[in-house]
Design a protein around this ligand. Structure first.
Ligand code: AMP
Length: 486
């Protein structure tokens, strides 16, 4: 039986009024490839008709062919990269999802997780809605379809008022490109503007919506601003309009985007991700410095934090591990055995510099502990005299239900062991994580206010700001029934 994961990390990208929108969208999705490597899709609108192409694999695999791009005419578009790490993904789950309505067409791309999707889905199925996929996004499309409001924007607001979760959405209709961030702003979304076409001609009203700012340069766009938590941006030929249908709440941007997920050259809420990582590394050096000969990053995710650690401690930064760039992320491998092999495929020790040295190893996080264990062992095999592991996040003790893929709690090393036990399990001489307070300080906040934390840090604290997913056995059976029917 096919089993689909209920939440996904993803990248979203959309354009309004940009010549060759499909080709430009493919570039934008390529810059957002780190947010999802499993499948990608683009839907365009040429003023009369919508066109769609979706496929499994990387953006280049799906949109590298000029014939595919030529089959997607139009200057308005929405695109999506999907990252699902468990269960089979089938093409019908690949986004953007498209549907025809009485008001015209609508394509929707979604990053994040609706935590009341099962309840809504059950209610919708009872009303006779026929589901084509197992994604949360389709729940959203059905809510728009059954809304009694007439305009697409009013229907969108109606649907948004019924969903609960952490999400960024880009939707394309015949009349507008719409971008939405959830009321707490857990997932990122930014607005950009393109002033010149590839040929250098001036453009008037050309706009970009994207998960991260790193997708702007590649398409020649300028950053305008972050979409605000709970804000709906509607872009049409008259320009950009902002709607805020939700009451104001304390925002809770996902702190793990700063730690690991976002690309280091992106800027979120005015803070460059690269800078944030270096500052966390410096904080780590201040909190748990240790005498050593070199600071070695676990590439690539540990590099900026290791630079910050080295600068703060005065210990030389060295590439003691070399990464093979022709291997996918080890994390996406389905079994423990393959993951173990994957770590070896991906990293090798730079033996010549490690022999007899005391090494501070820096990585961004420990999830299951597979990576750290292998890397520490690799350092020892290469002759390191001491291995001190430093992690630029607090211990990951809780699963994420809001769009970052973490395994169930029982598989999180820090959920079952204290730091001392973890050090033993991964084989390090010492192990230390940045403190929660240190993390907030690094991000420019004086401290973590427990009553109103600035970020969603549930993976480190268990303080979940949005109700958890509404999964129950009953709903589970219901879902299996639906899945088997297809
Ligand atoms: P593990 O080997 O299970 O302890 O995973 C930790 C490694 O996976 C670290 O090197 C992280 O850089 C990376 N990582 C952490 N979270 C994620 C995630 N959500 N998706 C992919 N990789 C991750």
């Amino acid at each position: 039986m096919e089993q689909d994961k209920l939440h996904e990390e993803c990248g979203v990208f959309g354009l309004w009024s940009v010549p060759d929108a499909a080709a430009v969208t493919a570039l934008g999705l390529h810059a957002l490839q780190h947010r999802g490597q499993e499948a990608s899709g683009i839907v365009t609108f040429d003023g009369a008709r919508f066109h769609s192409h979706k496929g499994m694999g990387l953006v280049g695999d799906n949109f590298g062919d000029a014939k595919v791009i030529a089959s997607l005419p139009g200057s308005h578009s929405v695109g999506h990269n999907r990252y699902a790490t468990t269960g089979d993904t089938v093409l019908r789950n690949v986004q953007p999802l498209y549907a025809d309505f009485e008001f015209g067409g609508l394509a929707v791309a979604h990053n994040g997780n609706l935590t009341n999707a099962h309840t809504l889905r059950r209610a919708l199925v009872r009303r006779g809605c026929l589901f084509q996929s197992t994604t949360d996004t389709e729940v959203f499309i059905h809510l728009i379809a059954i809304s009694l409001y007439s305009t697409v924007v009013d229907r969108l607001i109606d649907a948004l008022k019924q969903v609960v979760g952490a999400y960024s959405i880009i939707a394309l209709s015949n009349e507008s490109l719409m971008g939405v961030r959830d009321p707490l702003g857990v997932r990122p979304l930014i607005l950009g503007k393109i002033n010149r076409s590839a040929e250098g001609g001036r453009l008037g009203n050309s706009w970009v919506l994207a998960s991260e700012t790193c997708a702007l340069d590649i398409v020649g766009a300028e950053f305008v601003r972050d979409v605000e938590p709970g804000e709906i941006i509607v872009i049409n030929d008259q320009g950009v309009h902002s709607i805020k249908p939700f009451g104001r709440q304390q925002e809770r941007f996902c702190v793990f985007e700063y730690i690991y997920f976002a690309r280091p050259d992106s800027v979120v809420e005015g803070m460059p991700v690269y800078e944030a990582r270096k500052r966390i590394g410096a904080e780590l050096a201040r909190e748990s410095g240790v005498p050593a000969d070199m600071v070695v990053p676990v590439p690539d995710s540990g590099v900026p934090a290791a630079m910050g650690y080295a600068a703060e401690s005065g210990i030389p930064f060295e590439f003691g591990i070399i990464r093979n760039h022709y291997v996918g992320r080890t994390f996406i491998e389905p079994t423990e055995h393959i993951r173990n092999l994957g770590v070896k495929l991906k990293h090798s020790a730079n033996r010549a510099i490690l022999e007899g040295k005391r090494v501070v190893l820096v990585d961004d996080s420990i999830v299951r502990g597979t990576t750290s264990k292998k890397i520490v062992e690799m350092m020892r095999q290469a002759g390191a005299a001491e291995v001190h592991m430093r992690i630029s996040s607090p211990p990951t003790t809780h699963s994420c239900f809001y769009g970052i893929d973490t395994p169930e709690r029982g598989k999180l090393l820090a959920a079952r062991h204290d730091v001392h036990e973890m050090a033993k399990l991964i084989g390090a001489d010492t192990l230390a994580f940045v403190s929660l307070g240190g993390l907030y300080r690094a991000l420019g906040k004086p401290s973590r206010d427990p009553a109103q934390p600035h970020y969603c840090d549930a993976c480190f604290t268990g303080d979940y700001p949005i109700p958890l997913p509404d999964t129950s056995e009953d709903v589970g059976r219901h879902l299996s029934y639906l899945v088997e029917e297809h």
